[in-house]
Ligand binder design. Sequence first.
Ligand code: PCA
Length: 214
Amino acid sequence: MDILLTGFDAFGDEKINPASLVLEKIPKIIGDAKIHKLIIPTVFGKSASLIEEKIEEIRPDIIISLGQAGGRSHITVERVAINIDDASIDDNEGNRPIDRIIREDGEPAYFATIPIKAIINKLQESNIPASISNTAGTYVCNHVMYQDLYLANKYKNIRAGFIHLPFLPDQVVDKNGMASMDLQTMVAAIKLAIETSIDFDGKEDIKIGLGRTH
Ligand code: PCA
């Protein structure tokens, strides 16, 4: 099995991105799966073109993309990506699209096809703070999750999903009250998420209540 694991470079006011640091620390082989790592720029369009090139090259069975969600205290597995770019800050090449459709021929939204509930269940059992998120925002992370799932449909038989990571402790030294999580815990979480995605190959996600009222 081949797994494409992507992580963003730093963006906004941050000098590092936990996503690319976690990516570095994930082993190249997990179980029987080969992990192909790809650092992508926090840039609309370009990030997705690099992912498509890699898909052409390695034909992955699973794509998992990682990004930073500064301020969140949990590892959050995203449920859905929507067909819109609406940026509140510039990307790393100065683009700031407003209300732009990502793919004219795409669905309004795509649900993650990795087993999001089984992953959360596994992380919580391992005492890692984790929950489902029902919005990946409208910036480059939602863009990449949407593109991953659009491309998964185009190339067939690929499961895809997106996991947001909190800030690292070094990123919150000057941000009093801001949540963070250490690198080791985040790496353990992503390894467990990959293992769970492998275990659920060809299986339905588990049915447990992790919904929200708002
Ligand atoms: N987080 C941003 C884009 C890149 C990243 O790591 C986001 O959540 O959209």
